[in-house]
Design a protein around this ligand. Sequence first.
Ligand code: F6P
Length: 367
Amino acid sequence: MKIKVGVLSAGGDCAGINSTIRWLVYSALDKDLVSRRGIMFEILGILYGWKGLMEVQPDKKASLKKWTMPLDTNIVRTWDRHGGTRLGTTRINPFEPKKDKSDLIVQKYKSLGLEALVVLGGFDALGTAYKLSRKGLNVVGIPKTIDRDLSETDYTLGFDSAVNTITQDIDRLRITAGSHARIFVVECMGRKAGWLALEGGEASGAAIILIPEHDFLIDRVVGLLEMRRKAGERYSIILVSEGAKPRGMAEIYEKRGRDGFGHYYLGGIGGFLAEEIQKKTDMEVRYVALRHLQRGGTPTAYDRRMGRKFGIAAIDMIVNEDFGRMAGLKNGEITSVPLKKALEKLSLVDVEKYYDTKNYKSRDQIL
Ligand code: F6P
């Protein structure tokens, strides 16, 4: 039996995607596995996410070359070492009201001769994958987002590398913050989930961590900074999640409108908070928004390993006809969970369990 499988990445890029694709291809084409399973796989990379599927004209050679990439072990051999996505990605919503392109995607899937589609995505891209599975596509999802906000999995690709970048960047900032005895407000990503701030703050030892799940008081932040100064601390690092907000205020957005899924682009709380603190103290305050630096860089060992596990799981799921589902990690085991369940709600920080609402940092005590 021969099965042609498409693979694409959609939404924000992150570390670990290339590793997943590398191992997916290796597992699909492994000679022993091929003879044991009795299935020959052909793997077709779709370029630039849903856009590639929408745009490709399967009967035209030039178009196939522009929007797809046949994958074999020679091509993907070293991909696991690289961040981002070699297949490219876009943040497109094929089900966008009034611009619905989902039927076109179904049609392209069929005319490309695909019998399964592996989608590496976060909440929005996997939401699209789920809707397409309801239209008859054999979809397998792989969780990838630095936000780690998907339910039914303890891990999403890219998170560990992003936490590592945050940690390294804060290490650098400590040097200049200490030299000048300044306060540094560092803004990280994460959308509505505070995981990046919480775990990035834990790893880097940020003095104050502000997360979207708990609205903060600016006066309390200033009070904590004053206490640290009195205790003899030369400088302080505040790590604030892009979705965090002062009590009584809305989140701060960029001015560039909304994406195809209707989300505003978060960003700006770091600068706002720095200014507010500056108004209330004589300490010198600076801010840095880490922005997309967090998504770049070399994948950590953990993201490479998780990519490997998820890539192999994707092929196993296709062999088992485990469609409409997502590979996940639960208590150290690789699992397959219904996409519907994974998308029911976002996985957010449980404030009571993990966050110290008095001192604005992670709750470290064993309860
Ligand atoms: O979802 C991942 C993420 O990096 C968020 O943390 C962030 O808000 C968003 O993507 C940024 O999106 P874009 O790359 O489209 O600017």
